[in-house]
Design a binder for this molecule. Structure first.
Ligand code: AMP
Length: 398
């Protein structure tokens, strides 16, 4: 029987999954897919490693299928194809591990209880991340589960990079910079040594530019600074999140616009960023194709803010040897990469415009002092690796 690991990434209205064979040293993807439109118009699709659709189902508008129903459907699908496979564990993406979790953790009721404390720190992610964990604990308590955190990789940041300039009484409550997208950065740090050993050993800024977006300064493969802070709304403008904001704006909105915490939360997480500035869309592809002045304004602001954060992270590193683009925008938009790299010319970076428009991993021009790379991220593989290590550790100590 082939041992397999299931990876789950549960969002507010989706449940993404990947199944990996753990038979050999290299984990091999078997199938991946997602249930999306949960609670509104649920759809399920699963594809093999080559992207061929193996199964699809749409429930239709208004069917109240939630995470539980989606998980049941997924388990049913996996059981129908389980011949020759043995599920040895499930790995979950969990956005917040707080100060407590600096590495992946074996799930237990006590761990779930500890993770529920962080719901106020990641209200749009944490409850959904925990939903399938709790369901599986209830229904299949013997099945080993691993919680893998977006914050854990950044626990290596020096104290000065974690601190806000707030009174100790607030800092002591855990109000510090955590940083997110850690599984993505950890994956990039794990493959960079094969792609460019000097960059891996040196000072590299990774730009995770997706619907959520952040940047991370890596020194010898360890996180030393991140654009994200206490919550995943800090740093760069994102699809719908505002990123960096003068805290005085929040006070102004409360005093002058009579907005309460929930209204402000909705504004800064769901109605700002590319969507809010453009008034057109949160989707970079749509903005790039749009002739609306708002779309241009949103892209200009995005590029400007990436450039400023790059300068800040280069300062935190004391110089820059390489940058790495990853995630949806970073991996796919040659135009955005070109604009960002053009603005970073002062750092000693120049790219080969033609190579940038192709599929190459290295896009910096020969002779550029700073290397530039495009590396597709793979958070699911990182979670599967962690889950396997955790299972192996448990077996070794049993
Ligand atoms: P992710 O969250 O990593 O899936 O990234 C989603 C973002 O990547 C969205 O803003 C998409 O518009 C953007 N994206 C994907 N493909 C492209 C592309 N070819 N050009 C520009 N943006 C893209």
């Amino acid at each position: 029987m082939t041992p397999v690991i299931l990876v789950l990434n549960a969002g507010s209205s989706s449940l993404k999954f990947s199944l990996f064979s753990a038979a050999s040293q290299d984990l091999q993807l078997i199938v991946r897919g997602q249930a999306e439109g949960l609670q509104t118009s649920p759809r399920f699709v699963v594809k093999d490693a080559a992207g061929v659709v193996l199964d699809e189902k749409a429930w239709g508008d208004g069917v109240p299928l939630g995470h539980g129903g989606a998980l049941e459907h997924l388990v049913g699908f996996l059981r129908s194809r389980s011949e020759g496979y043995r599920l040895v564990g499930v790995g979950h993406r969990v956005v917040h591990g707080g100060l407590e979790f600096s590495r992946p953790a074996h799930v237990s009721p006590a761990v779930v209880q500890a993770l529920e404390k962080y719901i106020p720190l990641a209200p749009l992610h944490q409850p959904h991340n925990l939903a399938p964990i709790k369901l599986l604990l209830e229904r299949m308590p013997e099945l080993p589960q691993a919680a893998c955190f977006d914050t854990a990789f950044h626990r290596s940041m020096p104290a000065v990079a974690q601190a806000f300039a707030l009174p100790a009484s607030i800092t002591e409550r855990g109000v510090v910079r955590y940083g997110f997208h850690g599984l993505s950065y950890e994956y990039i740090a794990s493959v960079l040594p094969q792609i460019d050993p000097p960059a891996a050993a040196g000072r590299t800024v990774v730009l995770h530019l997706g619907n959520g977006a952040s940047m991370c300064a890596l020194l010898g493969g360890r996180s030393v600074a991140s654009t994200m802070g206490f919550t995943a709304v800090d740093g760069l403008p994102m699809g719908t999140r505002c990123g960096n904001l003068d805290p005085g704006v929040i006070v102004y909105m409360m005093d002058e616009l009579n907005m309460d915490a929930r209204a402000i939360e909705k504004l800064i997480y769901q109605q700002s960023g590319l969507l809010g500035v453009s008034g057109v869309s949160s989707d970079m592809r749509v903005l790039l194709a749009s002739a609306e002045p708002g779309a241009r304004r949103a892209i200009d602001l995005y590029v400007y803010r990436v450039g400023r954060e790059l300068g800040s992270l280069a300062a935190a590193l004391g110089g820059l040897d390489a940058i790495v683009f990853t995630a949806g925008i970073g991996e796919n938009s040659a135009e955005l990469r070109e604009r960002i790299c053009h603005d970073a010319g002062w750092l000693g970076l120049s790219i080969d415009a033609q190579v940038n428009r192709g599929k190459a991993q290295r896009i910096s021009a020969p002779g550029s002092r700073v290397g530039a790379f495009v590396i597709p991220t793979n958070e699911e593989l990182m979670i599967a690796r962690h889950t396997r290590s955790l299972l192996a550790g448990a077996a070794a100590t049993a």
